[in-house]
Design a protein. Structure first.
Length: 202
């Protein structure tokens, strides 16, 4: 999927692809726009899962080729909070939370690049909350705790704005009923920029 973000107006492109793009998220005044390919009206992410034993199985996708996964597969199981759950293995609840925080990160990276935010580090902790509501268990909320490192104090407010915009623009957050909250932090580390400017991300 091709995503292109830039500040207001129509996207500019040296390869003349702008005519093939459409807006899927408009920013406010001075905020970036989020674009996707016009011909991508819908897309399916294909997953196969096979029970292995007890309360766990192996989840795979032929679309995943990262060397850190075994043929695009990860082991998943019932979490230990449920009867016969298994600790130490990815659960549906972990994956649900992971989808929100990973979407937030990738959206942040796109908006940060096109907003020309210079930063040297990004981490984000996420906490998905499972609770009972109306007689059934639901993932009621996901709290995001991102931390961005910049080298100049003047970039602090811009970094916060980019994180706030990323949370509002994340397509996964738009697709779920759970409440998503943001508790953003910015670290100013001038020493990092002075010691090794090659590590700075623009």
């Amino acid at each position: 999927m091709l995503i292109k973000v830039r500040r207001g107006g129509w996207p500019l492109s040296d390869d003349n692809q702008n005519r093939d793009m459409m807006i899927v998220m408009k920013g406010g005044k001075g905020e970036p726009y989020l674009y996707v390919k016009k011909n991508m009206k819908e897309h399916y992410y294909n997953i196969d899962i096979k029970w292995s034993r007890d309360r766990k199985g192996l989840m795979c996708s032929s679309e995943i080729t990262t060397p850190l996964s075994e043929r695009g597969c990860i082991e998943v199981a019932t979490p230990p909070e449920f009867p016969k759950g298994i600790p130490g293995i990815w659960s549906p609840e972990h994956l649900f939370t992971a989808s929100v925080v990973s979407c937030f990160m990738t959206t942040f990276l796109a908006i940060a690049e096109n907003s020309k935010l210079a930063f040297t580090g990004f981490t984000c902790r996420a906490a998905g909350k499972l609770e009972e509501a109306d007689g059934r268990m639901i993932m009621s909320s996901v709290a995001l705790y991102p931390e961005v490192t910049v080298t100049e104090a003047g970039s602090r407010e811009k970094a916060v704005r980019v994180m706030e915009r990323a949370e509002k623009s994340c397509l996964i957050s738009h697709s779920i009923k759970s409440t998503v909250t943001l508790d953003a932090a910015v670290i100013v580390d001038a020493k990092v920029g002075a010691d090794d400017s090659s590590q700075m991300v623009h």
